[in-house]
Every structure is written in structure tokens, then in C-alpha cells.
Ligand binder design. Sequence first.
Ligand SMILES: Nc1ncnc2c1ncn2[C@@H]1O[C@H](COP(=O)(O)OP(=O)(O)OP(=O)(O)O)[C@@H](O)[C@H]1O
Length: 242
Amino acid sequence: MSALQAAGLSKVYGSGPSAVTALDGVDVTFESGRFHAIMGASGSGKSTLLHCLAGLDRPTGGSVRIGDADLTRLSDEKLTLLRRDHVGFVFQKFNLLPVLTARENILLPLSIAGRRPDQQWFDQVVAAVGLTDRLRHRPSELSGGQQQRVAVARALITRPWVIFADEPTGNLDSRSGAEVLGLLRDAVSMLGQTVVMVTHDLNAAAHTDRVAFLKDGRFAASVDHPTADALVGVLARLEPVR
Ligand SMILES: Nc1ncnc2c1ncn2[C@@H]1O[C@H](COP(=O)(O)OP(=O)(O)OP(=O)(O)O)[C@@H](O)[C@H]1O
């Protein structure tokens, strides 16, 4: 089953002579219950694709489907509700609210929606990310790795259709980064979630089930069950050193 699908997706920034085509007709499908990565050279359109897939930005053309919804046909208000209720986000810079405790940050998407937490799911998520004894701490009292684990728990708490992760290990040391990747892996393998992650890091991408490569705003290749060596080979083919 596909959780997420882009068809003929294009995005042009600006207009006239200064227009930049960031996405140029991207067709890509992300299967449900799998861990996906998006890779490609700097400027190839990865962040733009992620933002359009997640409904954070409007494409210029084409369509994006998440579950049953065609994002490009939704009003701004409905798009906001869909993001709130069915999409989880993990960003490079954690994006936690500093005045809230870890517990309050994790529950924030439900508080905003006026929904009561399912205590069993909350306990399961908190245990999975190893934060049971840190719930009363504020972000400033947590390490970077722990803050990102709070962000992963916050993304999981609504049981979203898709979790989008934009360079989730970019601000972490290698050990904390590996822990966060392990959590995302477990969210897919053990909790049945779907994760789409943009990364530059070959080792991070090697934790995923499938890597989609972009080149010049187009889908260029994909690799199933990637190893770092296989990804190096594809990158060398797509972006040969001149
Ligand atoms: N707001 C914007 N206005 C104009 N051009 C933009 C804007 N955002 C991105 N671009 C351009 O669109 C293209 C794709 O950018 P994007 O950030 O999606 O690439 P990326 O693959 O994520 O790059 P990086 O790996 O460096 O983060 C680039 O040429 C970029 O300069």
C-alpha cells in the first residue's frame, strides 16, 4: 500500500528571468510501513520535495497524495488540520518549545487538537524512546540526543500516516545520531509507522529500506535495502567528479 505519492510534482520559485525550477516533474511513491530516504546533491530539490510532500509548501504543478487525501486540492485550513492530525515532523534543530517539559512537548500535537492522550500508547512511545525518567525535564536540561528523542516521541504520539524527518541527525554526534536512527527504524519495524527522511549521510540512509535519489529536481534512481557502498556507487554514477 502506498502511504504517499507524488505525481508530476513541480515547484518553481520566483518568476521571469530569476525563476528557479526546484522540482521538475517528480514521480515517486513511498510505500506504507517502510523507512525511506531521499538523497541527492546540494540543490537537487530534497528539502523542497519534503516540504511539498508534507504540505508545508504548495507545489506549482502536479499532485501529492497522503492516504486518501490529495493535498493539492485541500484548502489551507484543511491542509493545516491534516498536518496536525496525520503528519509527524522531526527537524534537524529539534524545534521543541523551551518552556514546556519533555512530557508537555510530546503531548503538544494532541493538546493543540484538543485530543486526550491514549495513556498506553504514550507509555509505549516514551519507553521506546527511552525517556521515562526525563519527562519532567525542559529541553535546556536535556542533551541534543535526548531532545531529538523527545521530537521523535512527539512525532509518534498522534500515530501519524507519515513521519517526515529533515536531516534528523545533522545536529547530533555519531552515537546520538545512531540512536535516533535506531528509533526511527523501530518506529517502522515495531510500530508500523512510515518514515520519509532527507539526509546527506550515507550511513543514515543505510538504515532505511529504500533510498530515492534526486538530480536537478527530478527523480533519478532508487536503491532497495541500501548499503553505504551501494549508495556511494549510485552517487558516483549520478554526480561524477569532473
Ligand atoms: N525559497 C526559495 N526561493 C528561491 N529559490 C529557492 C528557494 N528554496 C530553494 N530554492 C532553490 O531551489 C533549488 C532546490 O533547493 P532545495 O533546498 O530543495 O535543495 P536541497 O537538495 O534540499 O539542497 P541542500 O542539500 O543544499 O539542502 C536550489 O536551486 C535552491 O537554490
